[in-house]
Design a protein around this ligand. Sequence first.
Ligand code: IPE
Ligand code: IPE
Ligand code: MG
Length: 243
Amino acid sequence: MLNVPNHVAIIMDGNGRWAKKRNMPRLEGHKKGAITARSIIKKSGSLGVRWLTLYAFSTENWARPDKEKKGLFSLMVKSLSEELPLLLKEGIRFRMIGDKKDLPEGLIKIISKAESLTKGNRDLNLSVCVNYSGKNEIVKAVNKMLNDQYHLEPGSKSSSQGEFTFPKIDDLDFKKNMHSSDLPEVDLLLRTGGEKRISNFLLWDIAYSELFFTETLWPEFSEDEFCDILSSFNLRDRRYGNV
Ligand code: IPE
Ligand code: IPE
Ligand code: MG
């Protein structure tokens, strides 16, 4: 029996190259990628993974052509609407991590609907990172702490309380102020598509993750390869600095 990681995070990369190889528009790669996402979500649930976090759109992805972004957001609306019954049936709690502001209204609406309808689900916690930046998430947590505890607004020069002593903050306090505050540390971080980089994904929670990179492009990534990766994860010796 597979001893599955508690939290798997995936950088779903390679949709564009998959389409290009077939002389198809990039959006076709994203469409096929959405089908892969569905199968990996289902598989994760059936294997007993408790937390699955998927990277769908980074703040850097705003640099892409308008046509691709528009297509991607429409695809997200369509997929999320179609998959909502699956989320409910399989006991999957859905949430989005990232900045909702700047996303199209229709997308914000369906995200909020999926978040509230699945709030009570406990079998698999699915987080999808959209308009997400790991650096921004950390900086926002700092601003939140200053604002909540000292009523300091970004840009303000002095505190209404005058002199103050800055508290000692440990990493647990810090984490509480992050958007992803209730996500546990990532055990397994996987990137498809061959690139060996993090691209501003979950910087804080991947501090001690086991990293896996595969050349397979996301639209071609299979449940079998996913299971192989989970098996190799089991063989990793996680020493956490110990001997
Ligand atoms: C990942 O696939 C999906 C998003 C970033 C939205 P890409 O679109 O980056 O695919 P490649 O890397 O160009 O092949
Ligand atoms: C990372 O992929 C972001 C997502 C998968 C959503 P990119 O394709 O945008 O990353 P880079 O450009 O290769 O770093
Ligand atoms: Mg890419």
